[in-house]
Design a protein. Structure first.
Length: 223
């Protein structure tokens, strides 16, 4: 995924996201570009882990930052990092996309539609391998309720702290903790009754929010 590079000139220290967002609200597109550079890969990887599809992840990432720019005058990060808010936007886009795809599938079923056209990226071996691997993981995760999927995604895969996950999910911190515990227990039960190929996506119950997973590497190296 191509990442643009921006420079705000020589500074003694890097500006925080809150400072950049204030500049963006005043019309500084370069400041918003720095926010994009800083978080685009994390948002993209989050979307890929939820969709197991490179093309969908890229499309959703574009929508997230378009929405962020559209609302840049009315919002500011609640913490120094804009990432929790951006992942919250991504979760909303993912929910809408899921509903749209489900409705589309239902319509196709009613029409006895022919099989879908193959993805043009299917001839790229690396992408096929990554998508197949992620789909195997998601086979187990997708059997969980949507709320469990979301809390696993932001706490385990994206590595957000409880506080940041609460912002991303628009929930109290205590609810995030209880949902994560419940999601882990449900996923453990599902994988224990399966063939054993699917595991918790970030190394089991030893992982804690705020830590980066190394068991399942992101599809794109984060810079």
């Amino acid at each position: 995924m191509p990442i643009r590079r921006h420079s705000l000139g020589v500074m003694d220290s890097l500006p925080t996201d809150a400072e950049l967002w204030t500049r963006a609200a005043d019309g500084d597109t370069e400041a918003f570009g720095v926010i994009f550079d800083r978080h685009a890969r994390a948002v993209y990887n989050h979307c890929f882990r939820r969709t197991a599809d490179w093309s969908d992840a890229e499309d959703i990432t574009s929508v997230v930052f378009l929405e962020a720019w559209r609302r840049h005058r009315e919002l500011s990060p609640e913490r120094d990092s804009a990432l929790p808010w951006l992942l919250g936007v991504a979760n909303n886009v993912l929910r809408n996309r899921y509903r749209a795809k489900r409705n589309h599938r239902d319509a196709l079923d009613r029409m006895s539609a022919m099989s879908a056209e193959p993805d043009p990226a299917d001839d790229i071996a690396g992408r096929i391998d990554d998508e197949h691997q992620m789909r195997r993981v998601l086979t187990a995760v997708n059997r969980l309720p949507l709320a469990d999927q979301e809390v696993l995604s932001v706490c385990v895969w994206a590595g957000l702290s409880y506080d940041d996950a609460a912002i991303a999910l628009d929930l109290p911190v205590g609810t995030v903790r209880s949902r994560l515990s419940r999601a882990r227990a449900r996923l453990k039960k599902l994988t224990a009754s399966s063939s054993g190929n699917a595991r918790e996506p970030a190394g089991g119950t030893a992982h804690r929010p705020g830590e980066r997973s190394t068991a399942l590497r992101p599809p794109v190296e984060e810079s």
